[in-house]
Design a protein around this ligand. Structure first.
Ligand code: GLN
Length: 501
């Protein structure tokens, strides 16, 4: 790779967009540099399931031509992006990391993808994920695991490990994820990148293949808080094709990221998301970040959210219930794989053979859990109870937001664990999302950003900032302030510490 290419791939989306707009570099050159990087490292990282090199270069060439002709382009025009393979892309295979969707080519773009294209952001390809977004390590992908660029023997988080690893490996400056219980934030935390779960309903779910519809939310990922905000502004906003889409102005996240100021803000420490069960280095970095926020002029307050203790239990009833219903559509008739259709078998037999062959173990486990929880006689005892807990968690948040403008916690209890360590222990895997799940249950906004390396293993630690519904800009205000203070301390972005691939 030339030094010019090496420079390009390390730039932020904000800098790249400005250079492209000024004609200092072309969109084709920027796209090519990233495709070369993917060629050089992705065999080892395996962030991508599909690289759309030809389409990307053609789109970039078109952007360059339009710029030369004086056409007005969007604020991120020509900047490349990696998209989690859970969003439909017209004419480009979409697998959700599942064998059952092998070979399925959607006939339409998700709204998020449509907005990326309209903004002239260049799609590099689709990224790896746990099957149907179930998991915290990307090991449940039917196409093999993704490796963490910080240490290739470790997981990149999940379910959106591919998108996070693509950012950390400098294969893309921007990425899209989806977060049902933490799948944007936890991968961001363990790869030293930034990930935002917007308020539920703030980003369209049209074309986002459903895991649990009342929890799912697509969102922006990048290496800096400002880049994340710029992408957030492109994808957010009302969509009449999504019945839960919020019809209200998008908070000014970009202005907040540029303002980067916590003076006078009340920042709440959630007692239940701290202490026992968190790795020592995660705790020490977190405490240091709390100190930094105090130095920057924030007021730290202690808050209690007693019902958070039940969040994981409620989530693992609600999610499988909704998933078991959503995944019924994969029946071998409509999408992708079909097994045993030899003319001698009944439709039911073909469906059953297809689902047996096409779904992995974790998906089957959750379908069984969900079907059980929803069955008559158990519905009130399990699903009904879990929905009541959900209300209590929302009330805890509402009470906490009376005392504080934002709430913070570590994003994940540990740094990246090794591939294979938890894959056969579902409960250990589920515990990774202990700090991220409450936000999905309540539907409010939250971001993870890197705050340093754990001293004991040299791996990235993430801090989570939670804001009330439709106050997403507060995550950016606080995140950008903390990021710039940490940058002053270290003099370089955290990712420059990463071992070179
Ligand atoms: N790890 C969580 C789960 O397995 C979260 C998944 C997600 O956010 N998509 O359900």
């Amino acid at each position: 790779m030339s030094t010019a290419d090496a420079d390009l791939i390390r730039q932020s989306a904000n800098v790249l967009a400005a250079a492209i707009a000024a004609g200092e570099v072309s969109a084709v050159e920027v796209t090519k540099a990233h495709l070369d990087r993917i060629d050089a490292v992705d065999e080892r990282v395996h962030a991508f399931l599909q690289v759309t090199a030809e389409q990307a270069l053609a789109h970039a060439a078109d952007i360059d031509a339009r710029r030369l002709s004086g056409a007005a382009l969007g604020p991120l025009a020509g900047v490349p992006i990696a998209c989690k393979d859970v969003l439909t892309t017209k004419g480009i295979p979409t697998t959700c990391g599942s064998g059952i969707l092998r070979g399925w080519i959607p006939a339409y773009d998700a709204t998020v993808v449509e907005r990326l294209r309209a903004a002239d952001i260049v799609l590099l390809g689709k990224t790896n994920m746990d099957e149907f977004a179930m998991g915290s390590s990307t090991e449940h992908s039917a196409y093999g695991p993704t490796h963490n660029p910080w240490d290739l023997t470790r997981i990149p988080g999940g379910s959106g490990g591919g998108s996070a690893a693509a950012l950390a490996a400098y294969e893309a400056p921007l990425a899209i994820g989806s977060d049902t219980g933490g799948s944007i934030r936890q991968p961001a935390a363990v790869t030293g990148t930034v990930g935002m779960k917007p308020t539920y309903g703030a980003v369209s779910r049209f074309g986002l293949v459903a895991l649990a519809s009342s929890l799912d939310q697509a969102g922006p990922c990048a290496r800096t808080v400002l880049d994340t905000a710029l992408l957030h502004a492109v994808i957010a906003g009302h969509d009449p094709r999504d019945s839960t889409s919020i019809n209200a102005p998008v908070p000014d996240v970009v202005a907040a990221a540029r303002k980067a100021d916590v003076r006078g803000l009340r920042i709440g420490l959630i007692r239940e998301l701290n202490g026992d069960g968190y790795q020592a280095g995660v705790r020490s970095r977190f405490e240091e970040a709390v100190g930094t926020l105090t130095d920057l002029g924030a007021q730290i307050v202690d808050v209690q959210c007693p019902n958070f203790t039940y969040a994981l239990g409620a989530y693992y009833l609600i999610l499988p219930s909704e998933a078991s219903s959503n995944l019924a559509r994969f029946d071998g008739m409509r999408y992708g794989l079909r097994v045993g259709d030899d003319g001698a078998r009944t439709v039911e037999q073909v469906m059953s053979l297809t689902r047996e062959a096409g779904f992995g173990a974790e998906v089957k486990r959750r379908i069984m859990l969900g079907t059980y929880a929803l069955s008559s006689g158990y519905y009130d005892a399990y699903y009904g109870q879990a929905q009541k807990v959900r209300t209590l968690i929302s009330r805890d948040f509402a009470a906490a937001f009376e005392q504080a403008d934002v709430l913070i916690s570590p994003t994940a209890p540990t740094t990246a664990f090794t591939i294979g360590e938890k894959v056969d222990d579902p409960l250990a895997m589920y515990l990774n999302d202990i700090a991220t799940i409450p936000v999905n249950l309540a539907g409010n906004a939250a971001m993870s950003l890197p705050i340093g390396l754990a001293p004991e293993d040299g791996l990235p630690v993430g801090l989570q900032i939670m804001a009330p519904p439709m106050a997403d800009e507060r995550c950016y205000l606080v995140g950008a302030a903390l990021e710039s203070a940490l940058l002053d301390r270290w003099g370089h972005p955290l990712l420059d510490e990463a071992p070179q691939l």
